[in-house]
Write a protein that binds this ligand. Structure first.
Ligand SMILES: O=C(O)CCC(=O)C(=O)O
Ligand SMILES: [Fe+2]
Length: 183
């Protein structure tokens, strides 16, 4: 199916906090767009990439388990690899952080092979306002689950955005699964 799928409680609140700690310890940088272009009108957030070979290995195992179950039951895509690291994004109200409408498939070496996007909500929804992940897969805008630790998966071509964070800080985990291009 091509519609988004919610996976409730992919991570526990304690696991979410641990993932944010890894990202902060590894350092966060200004986020670029597909192919490293930067445009503040489209995206303002800071990002870090998790190193799966270190302490964060368990995050990757959990991502793989969630993706394989979701793909078996719902998407049924031909998927062959995780060609990119797991991304942690930090959206701060202080910088008006947001990410405007976009698709995750682009011209880059990895971006052109993206098929499935997974976004997990790493922040307690009581600690920030705004920062909603919205998707438009059917001509109608749908808001992704905001519960702490919930994940939303969708085909990477689906237009989506993150609305501006109005107060507080929202952290998310995003990863992509790759395979032969959609025909
Ligand atoms: O942070 C999010 O909710 C989505 C991030 C996103 O769309 C991306 O990195 O391509
Ligand atoms: Fe995206």
């Amino acid at each position: 199916m091509l519609t988004p799928l919610t996976c409730s409680a992919m991570f526990s609140p304690a696991q979410c906090d641990e993932i944010i700690r890894y990202a902060k310890a590894g350092g966060v940088q200004e986020a670029g767009l597909v192919k490293g272009r930067q445009n503040d009108k489209i995206r303002t957030a800071r990002i870090a990439w998790l190193d799966e070979d270190g302490d964060a290995g368990w995050v990757f195992s959990q991502v793989m388990a969630t993706v394989s179950a979701a793909n078996r039951s719902h998407f049924k895509f031909a998927l062959t690899e995780f060609a990119e690291k797991v991304q942690i994004a930090v959206y701060d109200a202080a910088d008006g952080s947001h990410f405007d409408w976009h698709s995750d498939i682009g011209a880059g070496h990895c971006a052109e092979k993206r098929k499935l996007t997974l976004v997990a909500q790493l922040s307690d929804p009581l600690t920030y306002e705004g920062g909603r992940l919205e998707m438009n897969s059917t001509g109608r805008v749908e808001t992704a689950a905001v519960c702490w630790g919930d994940a939303t998966l969708f085909p990477s071509f689906t237009p989506h955005r993150v609305t501006p964070v109005a107060s507080g800080t929202r952290c998310s985990l995003t990863t992509w699964v790759h395979g032969p291009a959609f025909l």
